[in-house]
Design a protein around this ligand. Sequence first.
Ligand SMILES: [Fe+2]
Ligand SMILES: [Fe+2]
Length: 203
Amino acid sequence: MTNIEYPTSLTHGLSRSELLNHLQNRLDDARYQHCLRVEATARALATQLGADVDRAGLAGLLHDYAKQIPVTTYRETIIRNGFDPDLLNYNRGVWHGIVGTWFIQQEVGITDKLVLQAIDRHTTGDPAMTVLDQIIFVADFIEPARALPVEAKAREAAKTSINEATRIELENTLTYLIGQRLVVYPKTLLTYNAFVTTRATHA
Ligand SMILES: [Fe+2]
Ligand SMILES: [Fe+2]
């Protein structure tokens, strides 16, 4: 067992074990275990980068909270709660970040804007991603069970440059989507452009 605990100011008063119960109610065991690994990876990256370890860990833990919510529920939520209707042209891969934060607020009670933003951005990226956003984005891709060569390459890059690790992940995402003849969420392309040009030089 781990002895991680989060400030109640970030958790709406919930203990970590109460957060874990929320996660287990929404996720199968494989996805739940992935969330625990992303939490640990995000905390390690935050320590390495001098970022907020508690926010990184909490966002990592909850990042996929809404990944297995039914598609019909997502569609209803997008329509009824003022989300951009264009989202209906995408899929749960995109929704569980942007719309996922709505479920996290409603069902878990998390309100911290920086935590929610990092979760929001973990599926699509954002050209203005902060270091905390990047930590969640990259931790999701390099957690220890990720075994593909490109994931190992990003893991290695993350030891010295979170920007380069982010760029590798974006390149992989776009290449995969195009190769599979799947739609690309426009913001992901804009994020790639941001990280392949100016931001990469500040690695
Ligand atoms: Fe995810
Ligand atoms: Fe994930």
